[in-house]
Design a protein around this ligand. Structure first.
Ligand SMILES: [Cu+2]
Length: 123
């Protein structure tokens, strides 16, 4: 009988431990649009400084997202059309885009063409 009680206690502790672990995961949700290897902040509504630091360099296969800290919608659109975030509303972060082609990618905001920057993808 004592052996069975001991086994039940062990199972109870195990279940409580697993429950605590799963609760911990839920308390740290991935932010919408988060999880990219690199996130570039949009910090102005015009000019070559609009996308924060530029150029930003990533490795091929890494993901990049853009976070809009401004009051109006922007995009990050590769000049050659290789990728496009679509509209990023104020306070939002774009989907993570995986950069599968090495090279230097000048890009701009499709709504405000004076907003320019460069993303470099290392092979
Ligand atoms: Cu814009």
């Amino acid at each position: 009988m004592k052996l069975i009680q001991g086994a039940l206690l062990a199972i109870l502790i195990l279940v409580l431990g697993l429950t605590a672990l799963s609760c911990k995961k839920k308390s740290n949700p991935v932010a919408p649009g988060g999880g990219a290897n690199v996130t570039i902040d949009i910090v102005a509504d015009m000019g070559s400084g609009a996308f924060g630091s530029s150029p930003v360099t990533v490795n091929k296969g890494q993901t990049v997202a853009w976070r809009n800290t401004r009051g109006i919608t922007h995009t990050a659109t590769a000049d050659g059309g290789a990728w496009d975030t679509g509209g990023i509303a104020n306070g939002s972060t774009s989907a993570a885009i995986q950069m599968n082609t090495a090279g230097s990618f000048p890009y701009h905001c499709a709504i405000h063409p004076s907003m320019t920057a460069t993303l470099v993808v290392n092979p």
